[in-house]
Design a protein around this ligand. Structure first.
Ligand SMILES: *[C@@H]1O[C@H](CO)[C@@H](O)[C@H](O)[C@H]1NC(C)=O
Ligand SMILES: *[C@@H]1O[C@H](CO)[C@@H](O)[C@H](O)[C@H]1NC(C)=O
Ligand SMILES: *[C@@H]1O[C@H](CO)[C@@H](O)[C@H](O)[C@H]1NC(C)=O
Ligand code: FES
Length: 654
């Protein structure tokens, strides 16, 4: 449990804003599709696990995977783009999917009568005003209608269907006509004459606190596709819907291709090395790895229902590398134990470490009871395919932890954790994007075109018994990536920018660019921003107070001069108050105040309190600065070099 607690801290714990899974009945917004399948999902899991040795309950079949993957359509899926709670009310916000920008907004629909509550409504549109293609995300939400208004010339759109509801420059003409001819018919006449131009509304829905868009479908098309079974509702993590679970959410954008980020999350073998210094992380990852001997990784379930792709694997959740390392590796060639202190391997009760991937975006990991399939702690990841070479990472720790850890603490831990391997992914991302582009060039000039671009198959070397699921994921990408919207165009653009005689010549971006926490996380997280402002305030105030104190110390000399100062102050006050005509009252008051101030100042500048207060101010300044630092670029080359030394603490070298 202790290990899980630490892991929980690493991967995000409870949220300070009290994130709650949405109750299943609160909204009747017609864009939203509520899944009632959470229990079903869980039962499904349960049957898959309890009958792991009988093949009936599992649909693991090779044919399904090939034909199913051919049918996988990126254009009829929901994509996670932002946590609903991170989207400020009435503030159009830009999100990006497959290199195209969209504007999303949370608006408040006014109640129709007293019994109804005001209701949050989410709208999404192509981030392009039809007038002159200005970004609508630079605009505003109108106060009464909740419409999206372009801030350039004020064209206004209903985000639920894209209809243009007003072109301000035509209002006068409309009104004049109306007055002249009278009535609604005149308005209609003007409207048909000066035809408005609608924007493009796209489907948006909310599930488990996440906003999902389906940008190739209008809201109405998404409704139709859903009722026809061509569009499944966003996949859910069953535990988030169950009572007793708390969810702690995080977000970070990366200049790393989304496919590479997904492969990283599904790779249990990297933790022992890449995250070696992250407390319990190496062991936590070890639970999900396979030794290929006693603890095999099995693919429990693979399904391609409704044009989707879902795959679940499991393996005994025991530490394997750690055990091997401690029992075998730490002996020298003669069989003598080496000097290194043996690490105790914590024996875990038999659980199944399960990894679930629901294409195209959701991954969740948990150690489950092998008969009930329940778990007290899971980590869930939603990877938004922002574009070629880009990704948005969103995660949640889902746990039965009784305490709430403030979200900013979680984010500090998680950002340190993510910094450890993100820069490694950059190399991988360059190599596979390059191969993918070359695959297209070969195919384009080939007499025998292929439908698959076998980058993973031809580039990676899989050796580890834990790579069952990564291999499957690689196959999924190889057979579907050529159909990802806009991918070929943006990929070839990237390649042409960075390629010279088949060599990538783009210099490696600096660590500072790749791990810029402020741009990637802080800017997108209102809670972290608020914390940074608080730190700034604390730093500023402690500096001002500190200097004031020092000046006071210099100004206020021993008792005698204090008395002199008091007298002067009193005199000044008396003079002033006399002029004002409240002499006696003000004089008494002022001399009392002066006396108080004097004794206070006197006490303050005495050596002990002076240094005490100065030290307290210094400490609070220091702490605020340290916390603030966590929300900006931090992971320098030096920190990396220090960090990788930790590998030697866990791994016994040959
Ligand atoms: C351990 O090392 C010592 C000296 O290096 C050697 O004499 C001894 O036989 C070794 N013990 C075993 C069990 O190999
Ligand atoms: C579950 O764990 C128990 C105890 O370790 C084991 O005996 C049993 O075979 C496991 N069941 C399955 C379905 O793996
Ligand atoms: C290869 O080219 C053909 C025809 O130009 C195209 O239909 C196919 O999608 C391409 N394959 C890949 C993997 O891009
Ligand atoms: S560009 Fe949007 S109103 Fe003109």
């Amino acid at each position: 449990m202790m290990k899980e607690l630490l892991l929980l801290l690493l991967l995000g714990a409870s949220s300070c804003r009290g994130f709650q899974p949405p109750a299943s009945t609160t909204n009747n917004n017609h864009h939203r599709h509520r899944s009632t399948s959470s229990l079903l999902d869980n039962n499904h899991l349960r049957s898959a696990f309890s009958s792991s040795h009988s093949s009936k309950a599992t649909h693991l079949n090779a044919e399904a995977s090939t034909t199913g993957l051919d049918a996988f359509d990126y254009k009829t899926q929901w994509y996670p783009v932002i946590w609903a709670q991170d989207l400020p009310l009435n503030q159009p916000t830009r999100v990006t999917l497959f290199d195209v920008n969209y504007v999303v907004a949370k608006t408040m629909q006014k109640k129709q009568n007293d019994e109804q509550k005001d209701e949050e409504v989410y709208v999404a549109m192509l981030d392009e005003c039809p007038h002159k293609k200005v970004a609508l995300s630079e605009g505003r939400v109108t106060e009464c209608g909740g419409f999206i208004q372009c801030s350039y010339h004020g064209w206004t759109f209903d985000g639920t269907d894209g209809k243009c509801v007003e072109i301000p420059q035509t209002v006068i003409a409309t009104a004049a006509k109306q007055q002249g001819e009278g009535g609604a018919t005149a308005t209609q006449a003007v409207d048909t004459k000066r035809k408005r131009e609608d924007g493009t509304a796209i489907a948006i829905t909310e599930a488990q606190g996440m906003l999902w868009i389906s940008p190739f479908l209008s809201p109405l098309e998404a409704l139709a596709a859903t009722s026809e079974g061509r569009l499944s509702p966003p996949p859910r993590v069953p535990e988030i819907d169950m009572p007793g679970y708390k969810t702690a959410i995080a977000i970070r954008d990366f200049p790393i291709d989304w496919t590479v980020l997904m492969e990283n999350i599904m790779d249990p073998d990297h933790g022992y090395f890449a995250h070696s210094s992250s407390g319990s992380a190496p062991i936590g990852f070890d639970w999900y790895s396979s030794d290929g001997v006693e603890n095999m990784m099995e693919v429990k379930e693979e399904s391609t229902e409704n044009g989707g792709w879902k795959i679940v694997s499991s393996v005994n959740a025991v530490a394997k590398l750690a055990k091997y390392n401690n029992e075998v590796r730490s002996l020298d060639a003669k069989g003598n134990a080496t000097k290194k202190k043996k690490k105790k391997t914590v024996e875990q009760p038999t659980k199944l470490a399960t990894s679930t991937f629901v294409a195209p975006s959701l991954i969740y990991l948990g150690r489950r009871d092998n008969s009930t399939a329940t778990s007290n702690f899971l980590t869930a990841f939603w990877v938004c395919p922002v574009g070629t070479g880009r990704s948005r990472f969103m995660s949640a720790a889902v746990s039965k932890l009784p305490v709430k850890v403030p979200r900013w603490i979680v984010h500090m831990q998680l950002n340190n954790f993510l910094d450890q391997d993100t820069f490694l992914l950059l190399g991988q991302h360059r190599a596979v994007l390059k191969r993918e582009a070359e695959g297209h060039l070969e195919n384009d000039s080939s007499a025998a075109p292929t439908t698959t671009n076998n980058v993973r198959k031809s580039t990676y070397v899989y050796r580890s018994p834990s790579e069952k699921l990564p291999v499957k994921l690689g196959q999924f990408f190889d057979s579907t990536l050529s159909r990802v919207p806009n991918r070929k165009e943006s990929l070839m653009a990237w390649y042409n920018r960075n390629n010279n005689e088949n060599k990538l010549f783009e210099p490696w971006p600096s660590r500072e660019t790749v791990l810029d926490r402020y741009e990637q996380h802080t800017k997108n997280c209102p809670d972290s921003q608020a914390l940074v402002s608080r730190c700034d305030r604390v730093m500023k105030r402690s500096k001002v107070l500190g200097w004031a104190l020092i000046l006071l110390k210099l100004a206020v000399k021993p008792q005698s001069s204090i008395e002199a100062a008091t007298a002067t102050a009193t005199g000044l006050f008396e003079l002033g108050s006399f002029a004002l005509g409240f002499r006696s009252v003000v004089s008494t008051l002022s001399s009392t105040l002066c006396a108080l101030a004097t004794s206070f100042a006197n006490r303050l500048v005495q050596t002990k309190p002076f240094f005490g207060i100065l030290a307290a101010l210094f400490v609070s300044h220091y702490i605020a600065a340290r916390i603030k630092r966590e929300f900006f670029f931090k992971f320098t080359d030096d920190i990396h070099h220090e960090d990788i030394k930790f590998i030697a603490n866990n791994w016994q070298d040959l």
